[in-house]
Design a protein around this ligand. Sequence first.
Ligand SMILES: Nc1nc2c(ncn2[C@@H]2O[C@H](COP(=O)(O)OP(=O)(O)OP(=O)(O)O)[C@@H](O)[C@H]2O)c(=O)[nH]1
Ligand SMILES: [Mg+2]
Length: 331
Amino acid sequence: MSKILGLPQKNRKPGAGAGTAAQPGPPKKSAFIAIPTYNEAENIEALINQLEKVIEKIAAPIAAPHAGAHGNTGTHWKIDILIIDDKSPDGTANIVMRLQHTYPNLHLISGDKKGLGMAYRRGFQYILEGRAPGRAPGRAPGRAPGRTPENGAHTPAPRAHHNSAHGAPTNHPPDYIFQMDADLQHNPQDIPRFLAQTEKGYEFIIGSRYIPGGDYPNWSFKRKIYSWGANLIARYIAGIYHIEDCTSGFRCISTKFLRSFDLKEISGNGYAFQMSLLHAASKKRIPIIQIPILFPNRNKGKSKLGHQDIGEFFVNAIKLRFKRYKWYDRQ
Ligand SMILES: Nc1nc2c(ncn2[C@@H]2O[C@H](COP(=O)(O)OP(=O)(O)OP(=O)(O)O)[C@@H](O)[C@H]2O)c(=O)[nH]1
Ligand SMILES: [Mg+2]
């Protein structure tokens, strides 16, 4: 069951990867799964392996027996994964670099730890502009041997966007960006259900724990209080009343929306960034939908949510309540 918010645009223009007269056949679309990591060495390999299996199925021709069962309505999806690591001391990036030898669609950028929101900003910049922060656009893709992700300047060079479902590199950004956690609380098997909503024209799809069918099994009382409190703040202070799960980190967002404004307008260095992004989507009145997800406790590694994040979240909600976007009055 899905919670529908806003109407999808009908007759939406196909995205950059869509089929053309010159390339007949099923429509082609592309997505990046952006995954911020800090000390997720115990989780990252399992997550990437699980994701790659799902990606392989989605990319299969529509005649594949599991096409319908996986929500594939005929689009041929090309999906890349971007790990946004913040020099995790536990060596998360080294594991990702090893896996890059197996998976050509696996990207890694590395930087200083400045919070979840800052990591997402860097990731979006990489995906939308095809470059790592501090790197000139158009620099030759590929990975220089022997480099380590010690700092921004030494990150493995970005791979070119592979927007075509057949892998030809282009400079086009993908049609959608997923936001996803690295600790296996977000189930890779849910990805096709998000994609199925994009087929209906939705541009901001939220994996929701707070609509029928969604759940957060085995949460501690403290964890529930944090999550409920954050959602109350986002809904009734920031003003995102109509979304039950404003803090979910499992989302699929159209790049058409992300490219329609300057990301600098989205406030929040930490978890508050998630609320700000949803606030902007809500104000822009793009088609938003929630789909139910299960969000169990993390099994391995430690939570990164700190007191500073909670403080920033609250202050940011008050700022959002009075925020006037540059584009808002023009709508
Ligand atoms: N790059 C980067 N990633 C971060 C940062 N803070 C959190 N993350 C990642 O963001 C994701 C969400 O963080 P979690 O600690 O799982 O937050 P949470 O799910 O609300 O908390 P738990 O339920 O306790 O896991 C994980 O993949 C983290 O590794 C950061 O400052 N930089
Ligand atoms: Mg988590």
